[in-house]
Design a protein around this ligand. Structure first.
Ligand code: XLS
Ligand code: CA
Ligand code: CA
Length: 441
């Protein structure tokens, strides 16, 4: 197969002083940070949909990028094969070890699901061959249960049992593919699992059905040897007015309510967290506190725009705080950093695809370096520990922690304390100064 990204090099690490636009300034794959190589800490993945399928189409106009990759026409099986070639050449040139996809990113969907599945088998054989020769790995697979008009009212949450069966069929097929390609994750992003109006919606019924679909996925997946993690990817809205997996806290409650928390974890996307009115760091922290931290969709939103812009990560404060949370959560096991990010519509060239990933990978590499430096510096951790010290240094504090305190006893302590002392300064500004000092030296 001829080279597709002709003239574009294998991207190398050249260091922070380099002016080479096609080189990494911070991402040095084999450099050790906190005991692991950068590539092991970061586990970067390419999203098939944005990188190989999306052309920049928006509500106001058609695409600007030509992503036929040498195929005569888009939306054909020839094109599907060309995307496989392009994807593996791209991953090789950027040094990406993982990829992620929806079923319909791989092949054009046919009228009949059996025909779609045949097409999938053909393309999956091609992907398996490329994996064997390159060592690239599948981070996670997912079924697109939001684009086809039959999913207008959701998939697991659809009012139609017939539609539910199609959703089941797609999940089953993608689990088969994921196992075949050695994937360690399967993601449920409930794009249309929500509602437009409560006037026509039985919320409790719909949530039970989503849980039923997930339970069947776990049963089937485990029966065919899928030993990775299932993920819920929270998002509060868009396309629906309200989505059930609103944020990490809501998804955690749902998983625990339905007993799915042993098999599921969360895939946290930066732009979805901010759409929910949280920071990216907040949703990562909640996932970790719930014991459900799993994987990350790396991108960033634009706080001046109220929608999911899926920009390549650029904000180093955000990537630093994200990596701080990820490191504190113990790092990735089955998960990784999937660039669910797209180049801006006017950035339509192959070169822009490369530069977008260089930006994203360098932003996260910097985030990793700086988060490790914050942890090694130790001042922030020491302050947080000290802030709660009274729960260790007093008997009543220890009893509150171990669950043996009573209101009567604590009320007596309060009476004995006289005028209560203030709880100590939060020292936010000092801590922020430490972060700036670590970031900018
Ligand atoms: C859309 C989501 C989607 C999921 C996978 O907003 O980010 O791309 O990651 O279905
Ligand atoms: Ca996503
Ligand atoms: Ca998104």
């Amino acid at each position: 197969m001829a080279e597709i990204f002709e003239g574009l090099p294998k991207v190398e690490y050249k260091g922070a002083q380099s002016k080479d636009a096609l080189a990494f300034k911070y991402y040095d794959a084999d450099k050790i940070v906190l005991g692991k190589t950068m590539s092991e800490q970061l586990k970067f993945a390419m999203a098939w949909w944005h990188n190989l399928s999306a052309t920049g189409t928006d509500m106001f106009g058609p695409g600007t990028a030509d992503k036929r990759f040498g195929a005569v026409a888009a939306g054909t099986m020839d094109h599907a094969h060309a995307k496989v070639e392009a994807g593996f050449e791209f991953m090789d040139k950027l040094g990406l070890e993982y990829f992620a996809f929806h079923d319909v990113d791989l092949v054009p969907e046919a009228e009949d699901i059996s025909e779609t599945n045949k097409r999938l088998d053909e393309i999956v054989d091609h992907i398996a061959e490329k994996q064997a020769s390159s060592g690239k790995k599948l981070l996670w697979g997912t079924a697109n249960m939001f684009s086809n008009p039959r999913y207008m009212n959701g998939a697991g949450s659809s009012n139609s049992a017939e539609v539910f069966c199609f959703a089941a069929a797609q999940v089953k097929k993608v689990l088969d593919i994921t196992v075949k390609l050695g994937g360690k994750g399967y993601t449920f992003w409930g794009g249309r699992e929500g509602y437009e109006t409560l006037l026509n919606t039985n919320v409790g019924f719909e949530q039970e059905n989503i849980a039923a679909l997930m339970r069947m996925a776990v049963e089937y997946g485990r029966s065919i040897g899928f030993n990775g993690d299932f993920y819920i990817e929270p998002k509060p809205k868009e396309p629906m007015k309200h989505q059930y997996d609103f944020d990490a806290a809501t998804a955690a409650g749902f998983l625990k309510k339905f007993g799915l928390d042993k098999d599921f974890r969360l895939n946290i996307e930066a732009n979805h967290a901010t759409l929910a009115g949280h920071t990216f760091q907040h949703d990562l922290r909640v996932a970790a506190v719930e014991g459900l931290f799993g994987s990350v969709d790396a991108n960033q939103g634009d706080l001046l725009l109220g929608w999911d812009t899926d920009e390549f990560p650029f904000n180093v404060y955000e990537t630093t705080f994200a990596m701080y949370e990820i490191l504190k959560a113990g790092g990735f096991t089955n998960g990784g950093l999937n660039f669910d990010s797209k180049t801006r519509r006017p950035s339509y060239t192959y070169e822009d695809m490369f530069k977008s990933f260089i930006l994203g990978m360098d932003s996260f590499a910097l985030g990793l370096i700086k988060a490790a430096a914050i942890i090694e510096d130790g001042r922030i951790d020491a302050f947080v520990k000290d802030r709660y010290a009274s729960y260790e240094t007093t008997e009543y504090g220890r009893k509150i922690r171990n669950g043996s305190a009573t209101l009567t006893e604590l009320a007596a302590v309060a009476e004995g304390l006289g005028t209560p002392a203030l709880p100590g300064s939060g020292r936010q500004e000092e801590l922020q100064s430490i972060v700036n000092q670590v970031l900018f030296g």
